[in-house]
Design a protein around this ligand. Sequence first.
Ligand code: PXP
Length: 241
Amino acid sequence: MIKLGVNIDHVATIRQARGGKEPNPLEAAFICEKALAHSITVHLREDRRHIQPQDVASIKEHVLLPLNLEMALSSEIIRFALKIKPRSVTLVPEKRKELTTEGGLDVIENLPRIRQATKQFKKERILVSLFINPVKEQVEASAKSGAEFIELHTGDYANAATSENRNKELEKLKNAASYALKLGLNVNAGHGLNYTNVRDILSLPGLQELNIGHSIISRAVMVGLEQAVRDMLALMNQANS
Ligand code: PXP
């Protein structure tokens, strides 16, 4: 069975818009657990724009599902991850101004740093996944890094404007997944996946887990809005009667 990791960053994005306490990502993680998701993913960004360190700590403490921490290769966040001990870390590139993670990690360029971090994580029994573009050379470098997993970046597939381009991107993902399996890596995938484009991705060879965030949180707003309005009206009507 292919597993689903739900990325709940954007619950925190809404909270941070007011700087208050709601909605609480911990509560969101409990709901994902109740809905039988397989893991919770959060991205502690260096600019702390959504998830905060306290969110990660309380999810790790209170939620039974495995926690996957997406993070940049920064020494501050590495120290934090080693202290919190999530089930896995997914190493991603990070730029301050980007709207979301753009492109995969350049494993070739950063191999010595990735190897060193991977060693530290392995000592603490934390699994390491590398978020990479579906490119042969990046898969090869990942296999040399000591990481157990790659997460294939599905953004170009998700954003393809024509079905011809989408099929080309799907082919690249399939080839990269097959090659990764051959080199002994486990394969996850994610980014930009939604209720219409996920189906074809399920056919990636050896796929173990998808990490999906924005589309699930967006849908949650739409499927939950009617009830939220009804609840407020019920309260107001009680007060009026
Ligand atoms: N996987 C990784 C490594 C990511 O950086 C993100 C975005 O935080 C996701 C998956 C989820 O992407 P989306 O929110 O587009 O579903």
